[in-house]
Design a protein around this ligand. Structure first.
Ligand SMILES: C=C(O[C@@H]1C=C(C(=O)O)C=C[C@H]1O)C(=O)O
Length: 187
């Protein structure tokens, strides 16, 4: 997988994360989910759109790592694909007003890349949400809440994730909230 991550911003990497079926379940272990991040853990519709609404100047997507790689065992299980099967894995920063607000990791199984799904290989800095929410094929499943275990100071502590299901395949989108997003006191 090609990486564009430098040492300077290594805190902008995704820590190991435990996933819970609901915000309430995660809240029993970490009440921070009910704090200022709560809105972002639950907001429906396109996350990109929700972030764009919060920007005063600009929004952009920065690709950090992208390529064929092996998902984690837990991701493979969630996607119901064989453990060692490669998938297209895309990791990006979603930046508001030139600051990283969210890290996103999307695992796209081979089956999703067939036919018009090939476009997913060439998104570059265009947000995935623009593709998923303008195509009638994709349906979002329920949101899970993630509690991260940061290993480097500044890494995200809270996350959300959901499956998007297409014709006969699903992809998995995880969004990891950086404190810069919800410590801005604007919501
Ligand atoms: C899934 C969406 O797409 C967003 C864009 C992403 C990307 O470009 O890789 C990743 C995660 C998302 O937050 C969305 O807007 O809801």
């Amino acid at each position: 997988m090609q990486s564009r991550v430098s040492d300077i911003d290594s805190h902008l990497t995704i820590p190991p994360t435990d996933w819970y079926q609901s915000l309430t379940a995660a809240g029993l272990l970490n009440p921070a989910v009910h704090g200022p991040a709560r809105y972002w853990l639950q907001v429906e519709g396109s996350f990109t759109r929700a972030l764009q609404k919060q920007c005063s100047r600009s929004f952009h997507v920065e690709v950090r790592r992208e390529g064929f790689a092996t998902p984690t065992q837990e991701e493979a299980r969630r996607l119901r694909i064989p453990h060692r099967q490669h998938a297209w894995i895309r990791e990006v920063s979603l930046c508001g007003d030139n600051q990283p607000w969210v890290l996103a990791r999307t695992v796209i199984p081979l089956k999703c890349l067939e036919g018009e799904g090939r476009r997913l290989l060439h998104l570059g800095n265009r947000p995935l949400g623009a593709y998923l929410f303008t195509s009638p094929h994709w349906q979002r499943g329920p949101l899970e809440t993630g509690l991260c275990r940061p290993v480097i100071p500044g890494q995200p502590e809270l996350a959300r994730r959901s499956l998007f299901s297409g014709h006969n395949s699903s992809l998995l989108v995880g969004e990891y909230l950086l404190p810069a997003l919800f410590q801005r006191n604007t919501l």
